[in-house]
Design a binder for this molecule. Structure first.
Ligand code: GDP
Ligand code: IMO
Ligand code: MG
Length: 419
């Protein structure tokens, strides 16, 4: 079973990094297929915390790591991550960066920040890392790619052309200072020197590995409900996060994917704006946030916390073709006597549905229908207590998908394999 996709099944921060780190143990390659430094994966190894943004989580296991064509790369963030990892004795010689990936340029970051400011109350709550503007330029065919770093003349010319237009936007539309051509060109040329050794034909590399029967993990960033097409638009990220995009984002055929593992928290969190039916009211939200350490890895923002939403999770199973689930952070629920689980949505017309509403207004106005399960109120270590097993079984039954792994703590080892 060589190619496995690991995909976030909620609004991101499901604990993908930790699950990828675990599965990387038995894999040869770990490949990121979309997103950029909006991602933040925390992995705790022997009490030491690693926060990874651009490089696949498999780097901590010394596996070959691929940043695919579907990703966007901020060269400054990438190199800072390389330096951080190397300073902690993690080799980055295993990292291969697709020449087709797009570069996040300083104007993308400036526009992301200015545009959020301008939207005011209507803002999306982005990570302000230039993700949206970079993908927009890619679609508009104005982007600058990693491979442009290999050719200084072309690079400079592209920066010049792009900046001439972007500075008009920055000054006239957003009323912020323009960016300096010489400064940016100089910076990019310096980054280019250091990034060149990482650039490869990653589609070919992954294809060859698959032909040799090697185990390949394809890791998604963000989560299903942040998918540009199928998520809670416009409160989404600017790439396709769903499993099918793993093939496009890496440059392999869809028939090479054998398994899709969804990662979901035992509850739900969301960072940024947008509808969130199971968001907890009252003091329990704060309690979940504190117990789960729910503060953003990238921005430090408080994550909004909600009870497990099986309607949204059923939708994620459908969109991704999830074949098994990892249910993380079950330990965080150990402190609650009663655990509400959303089993259906009640729509504006009073009807109840098990399926995620296709129309945004239905979703914005739906009310969660809860079933309350008993808590276990004891720490999770080793064998799960009966009430925790019942919680897991309830989710499996509602979704018709097996839960293979359960997360019981932040440490690398804190996982219970049920199958
Ligand atoms: P990702 O972006 O999907 O990789 O998730 P993040 O790393 O942003 O957020 C997940 C957070 O939960 C991190 O701080 C992890 O260290 C932590 N974590 C992961 N799995 C577990 C778990 O099973 N239990 C607990 N208590 N923490 C976990
Ligand atoms: P990982 O990989 C959680 C959210 C932002 C915002 C929306 C758009 O750690 O799960 P963007 O900067 O992408 O244009 O922001 O998407 N968002 C995430 N939320 N985890 C992430 O990544 C996220 N990446 C983006 O908060 O609501
Ligand atoms: Mg995260």
């Amino acid at each position: 079973m060589p190619a496995t996709v690991i995909v976030g099944a909620q609004w991101g921060d499901e604990g993908k990094g930790k699950i990828v780190d675990l599965l990387a143990l038995d894999s040869d390659l770990v490949c990121r297929y979309q997103g950029g430094p909006n991602a933040g994966h925390t992995i705790v190894v022997d009490g030491e915390t690693f926060k990874i943004r651009q490089i696949p989580s498999g780097v901590l296991r010394g596996k070959i790591c691929v940043i695919g064509a579907g990703c966007v790369v901020d060269p400054e963030v990438f190199l800072a991550e390389v330096d951080d990892l190397e300073s902690r004795d993690v080799t980055t010689g295993v990292v291969h960066l697709s020449g087709e990936a797009h570069l996040i340029m300083p104007w993308h970051v400036a526009i992301d920040q200015a545009s959020e400011r301008r939207l005011g109350k209507l803002q999306i709550g982005t990570t302000k890392r230039g993700i949206g503007p970079c993908y927009a330029d890619k679609a508009a065919r104005l982007g600058i790619r990693v491979q442009d770093l290999l050719e200084p003349k072309i690079l400079r010319q592209k920066i010049e052309v792009a900046l001439a237009e972007k500075n008009v936007w920055l000054e006239r539309v957003y009323g912020v200072p323009p960016l300096d051509l010489e400064e940016i060109a100089g910076q990019l040329e310096a980054f280019a020197q250091r990034i060149r050794p990482y650039v490869s034909d990653t589609s070919l590399l992954v294809d060859q590995a698959l032909r040799e029967g090697r185990e390949v993990l394809l890791e998604g960033a963000q989560g299903t409900l942040l998918d540009l097409d199928h998520g809670t638009y416009p409160f989404v990220t600017s790439s396709n996060t769903v499993a099918a995009n793993a093939a496009t984002g890496i440059g392999i055929g869809p028939n090479r994917i054998d398994r899709v593992i969804g990662v979901a928290k035992a509850y739900v969190t969301r960072v940024g704006e947008g509808p969130f039916p199971t968001e907890i009211e009252g003091a329990d939200q704060e309690r979940v946030r504190e117990l789960g350490g729910e503060f953003g890895t990238v921005t430090g923002r408080e994550r909004r916390c909600g009870w497990l939403d099986l309607v949204a999770l059923r939708y994620a199973v459908r969109l991704n073709g999830i074949t098994s689930l990892a249910l993380t952070k079950l330990d965080v629920l150990s402190h609650f006597a009663e655990l509400p689980v959303c089993v259906a949505y009640q729509l504006r017309n009073g009807t109840e549905t098990l399926e995620f509403p296709a129309h945004q207004s239905d979703f914005h106005h739906c009310r969660p229908v809860y079933e309350t399960l008993p808590g276990w109120q004891e720490p999770l270590a080793g064998e799960l207590p009966p009430a925790a097993r019942a919680y897991v079984a309830f989710v499996e039954q509602a979704l018709g998908v097996e839960i293979a792994l359960v997360g019981t703590g932040a440490e690398r080892e804190s996982v219970v394999a049920l199958r």
